[in-house]
Each structure stands twice: as structure tokens, then as C-alpha cells.
Design a protein around this ligand. Structure first.
Ligand code: T46
Length: 141
């Protein structure tokens, strides 16, 4: 895996508190999760060869954790692309706003949990890659 693009996405290593009974990992707003959590959802039962995501968010920040199984994220800030495999419940992927994401290679047992800093809002989605690139270049050129 290459370097993460710190302003657009970042891997956060979560602490696993284990003992003879098993493991426990805690998520806390503005502590190991870098925002106040407003929403939690999880994706499971994803069929083989399915690609999800294929959008960016104008404003939303999220953290994704594979609490079971594994899947791969493709991340793109309009300039750089990186693939990141989430394969551990202690690996959290922070995604800032204006990050294009695609998820694929879901294992049959994958449960992908996502924490978000806002409630669901369809108008926050950018579903065209061309529109996403246009907005990135308009803001930063
Ligand atoms: C993201 C990636 C990682 C809701 O009603 N409420 C919700 O909170 C969400 C997230 C979705 N939905 C509805 C909207 C669709 O009818 O659930 C359906 C599936 O959502 P979508 O096609 O957007 O799922 P993905 O896997 O393509 O994307 C999701 C998130 O939507 C998105 O924010 O970053 O996971």
C-alpha cells in the first residue's frame, strides 16, 4: 500500500482491547473518530463482482471500517488515486469531503460499517465523475 493522501483520506489504526475472552474496539466522537458522529450505517450481503459507491460527497466526512471480512476502496481526489484494502476491524478509513470512492472485492462475509458526520442527504452526492473533476479543478485551480 502506498502513502495515504492525508487531506483527502487517511488510515486510522484503532486500538484493540483484548483479553482471554476476545477483542473490543471503541469508537468515540472527536477522539479516535475525527468528527461528531451523526449517522451509522452498514453494508453487508454484497454480491460477488459488485462495485458500490461511485460518487463523492460535497460536504460529508465519513469513516469506514470492515468489522467483518474485507473489501477494497478506490479513492480519488481528482489528482491522485489509491486503492486501500480494509481487512481488519482495527483499520479505519477516514474520507474527507470531495473524495471520489468506489468499493469492490467484497468478501462474502464482509460487514462494512460507516460513520458519518451528517444525516443522509441525497443532494450532497456527486454521482458523475466528470462533474466531480470539474468541481475539484474549479475550487483549486
Ligand atoms: C458512501 C459509501 C461508502 C439511505 O436511505 N440512508 C443512508 O444513510 C444511506 C447511506 C443510504 N440510503 C439509501 C440510498 C439508496 O437507496 O440506501 C440505498 C443504497 O445507498 P447507496 O447506493 O448510496 O450505497 P453505496 O454503497 O453506493 O454508498 C454508500 C453511501 O451511500 C455513501 O455515502 O460513501 O457507502
Amino acid at each position: 500500500m502506498g502513502q495515504t493522501n492525508a487531506s483527502s483520506w487517511q488510515l486510522i489504526e484503532l486500538q484493540s482491547m483484548g483479553d482471554e475472552r476476545g477483542c473490543l474496539t471503541a469508537l468515540e466522537s472527536e477522539k479516535n473518530i475525527p468528527f461528531a458522529i451523526q449517522r451509522v450505517y452498514y453494508i453487508y450481503g454484497t454480491l460477488p463482482n459488485i462495485r458500490r459507491g461511485l460518487h463523492a460527497h460535497r460536504d460529508l466526512q465519513q469513516v469506514a471500517i470492515c468489522v467483518a471480512g474485507n473489501c477494497t476502496f478506490l479513492l480519488d481526489d481528482g489528482y491522485h488515486r489509491q486503492e486501500i484494502v480494509l481487512d481488519s476491524p482495527t483499520k479505519a478509513l477516514y474520507m474527507n469531503s470531495m473524495t471520489w470512492r468506489e468499493m469492490f472485492d467484497f468478501s462474502h462475509d464482509c460487514v462494512l460499517m460507516v460513520l458519518a458526520n451528517h444525516h443522509y442527504d441525497e443532494s450532497d452526492y456527486i454521482r458523475s465523475y466528470e462533474d466531480f473533476r470539474r468541481l475539484v479543478y474549479a475550487n483549486y485551480s
